[in-house]
Design a protein around this ligand. Sequence first.
Ligand code: SF4
Length: 104
Amino acid sequence: MTKLDCTVSTCVHNSEKCCCKSGILVEGSEARDTSDTFCGSFEENRGGLFKNLFKTPEARLQVDCDVVRCLYNDDHQCRAERITVRGDGARASDQTECGSFRER
Ligand code: SF4
């Protein structure tokens, strides 16, 4: 399980720079750079009012990942202790990225 710091404050699952999902999917099967990766679990918080009303941030979560060229990727799972997902102000998945990508 990976500790996730997430700065995508426009995502409905984000609370206190953490993710409230029990698992996420990071995508970018052809990625060679951080900017080619993105969080496939992003969902824009359109209303804002009901954001995370009944949710609590997860300390650690399952990170499935399609970025097979990343050093931390092991059979489509992230093995990093801690990762950062970035994309402040994002309105769509492709405006987010895994800031912890390291090319093997
Ligand atoms: S650190 Fe690498 S393996 Fe982990 S989520 Fe980011 S891109 Fe995927």
